[in-house]
Design a protein around this ligand. Structure first.
Ligand code: SIN
Length: 488
């Protein structure tokens, strides 16, 4: 078949082979059209995927276990080279990867390209870190003895990833695991399997051996249940809701797996009277409207001190009114479709609840197709509203008013979640005081961006366990073995 006659998404790719409608198990691509995957902008089917069974999950786990022997025995430099080859292929195919991502997830193409580069940056970072998995030599309390603390791979890892970052959430988990010498069974979201599968194609081309990286598509129950119950799987890394994270933790308890959980957030975004207002508005746009508000680190509650409240709302509303909403493939789109009808329902319910309790729209109301959410700034938000306590996961910016720093801190920390928090001030003493008092894992002071491969990413309280990225990220895939050497 020539490129021109290939149907749908495949026809739009320079390398159509990157679009796979098949699971990757033990080096074999298993194609079975059990389920459809929809384009969130239109609802049309993009393609199909297998709904992998418990038995197929067992096969993938066994393949990962068998592949461990050779993979962990390779030198760190060898694994680093393979990861760098994978990274280079991701960048060489970044346009195709971005197209696949936009088609299944909806975010604008430019943002999708940003995610591919962000995703690749984790692979590069952990390829570099692979050579620095150092142990230590500890002075022994006993003569003639040495104690070595050795770092070893945890083992077979289960990786369960969300739909909002179908590329980067995989690389952020898989790259440190591979660098450490672990092997992987990945379960991408059933809304966005194709970005994961394209990464699988590129991993194969990079020379990562069969069985090291397995990708199971389909509904979560059978796959997740088998992964969590397996005694062979020694670690689970999950990004998603706190409810599902807690459920997975419960399922993993009998086999006592190591766990990394990156869960929900309810980020405060605090603007003090002494802030650079334009910088704060710019930061709010980045933090609130990235991926249409569908990120765990999105500002969920904007708290603005009364002296600059009206000016901030006016500036923010003007920017939000200028945002273009449309299909991610359309030129100039800032906000794409939401992932599904349930997401739109929750967003609308939050806005209606706020309006019924006294909030007012500061932005013009748009008449949009049902797959798209109206980006809105709400003035006069209060802590009685649903959106104060729950993550909206959409383009809704409720602005709360506060008078004092103490009041702002109490509202900001008044949530069971503790992922990201942002604040803007020109007072350095306040920056340290306030930043240290915030009960969150990620703090943005005078910045709305907190996501970089070099920085530890993760939350406290109901936002999860463990850290991804940075030097900490690789530790999550390592065990320490105390090696006592006597008779010296
Ligand atoms: C997330 O929303 O879970 C991840 C966002 C990020 O990495 O910036």
């Amino acid at each position: 078949m020539t490129l021109d006659t290939l149907p749908g998404l495949r026809a739009q790719l320079a390398d159509p082979d990157l679009f796979r409608e098949a699971a990757l198990i033990a080096g074999d691509w298993i194609a079975r059209p059990d389920m459809e995957v929809a384009d969130p902008a239109t609802g049309d089917a993009l393609g199909t995927m297998p709904d992998c069974t418990a038995a197929e999950t067992e096969t993938a786990i066994a393949a990962a276990e068998a592949a461990m022997k050779d993979w962990r025995a390779r030198t760190h430099a060898e694994r680093a080279d393979l990861l760098m080859a994978w990274h280079d292929l991701m960048l060489a195919h970044e346009q195709d990867l971005a197209r696949i991502l936009t088609a299944e997830q909806g975010k604008p193409l430019g943002e999708a390209l940003g995610e591919i580069r962000y995703g690749a940056s984790f692979v590069r970072w952990f390829a570099e870190e692979a050579r620095r998995i150092n142990g230590t030599i500890i002075p022994s309390p006993v003569k003639g003895k040495k104690i070595l603390a050795m770092k070893e791979p945890v083992g077979v890892c289960a990786i369960i990833t969300p739909w909002n970052f179908p590329n980067a959430m995989i690389t952020r988990k898989v790259a440190p695991g591979l660098a450490a010498g672990c092997t992987m069974v990945i379960k991408p979201s059933d809304f966005t399997p194709y970005s994961a599968l394209a990464l699988g194609v590129l991993a194969e081309r990079a020379g990562i051996p069969a069985g090291v990286l397995n990708i199971l598509t389909g509904r979560p129950e059978a796959i997740g249940g088998t992964l969590t119950a397996s005694a062979v799987v020694r670690k689970l890394s999950f990004t998603g809701s706190t409810r599902v994270g807690a459920l997975l933790a419960e399922q993993c308890a009998p086999t006592l797996k190591k766990m990394s959980l990156e869960l929900g957030g309810n980020a405060p975004f605090v603007v003090f009277d002494d802030a650079d207002l334009d910088l704060a508005v710019e930061g709010a746009m980045v933090s609130k409207f990235r991926n249409g508000g569908q990120t765990c680190v999105c500002a969920n509650r904007l708290l603005v001190q009364s002296g600059v409240y009206d000016a901030f709302v006016a500036k923010l509303a003007a920017k939000v009114d200028a945002l273009k909403v449309g299909a991610g493939t359309e030129e100039g789109t800032d906000i794409g479709p939401m992932i599904n009808a349930a997401a739109i329902e929750k967003i609308n319910a939050h806005v209606e609840d706020a309006l019924s309790k006294g909030a007012e729209r500061a932005t013009a109301q748009r008449d949009l197709d049902a797959r798209f959410a109206d980006p809105v700034v709400l003035r006069n938000a209060t802590t009685e509203m649903r959106l104060a306590g729950e993550e909206t996961f959409g383009p809704v910016a409720p602005v709360f008013r506060f008078e004092t720093e103490e009041e702002a801190l109490a509202i900001a920390n008044g949530t069971p979640f503790g992922l990201a928090a942002y604040f803007y001030t020109s007072d350095m003493a306040r920056a340290f005081r306030f930043g240290e008092a915030l009960e969150f894992g990620l703090i943005g002071a005078n910045t709305g961006a907190v996501s970089h491969a070099e920085a530890p990413f993760g939350g406290v309280k109901a936002s999860g366990l463990g850290r991804e990225g940075a030097q900490e990220g690789i530790e999550e895939y390592l065990e320490t073995k105390a090696f006592h050497l006597g008779g010296l």
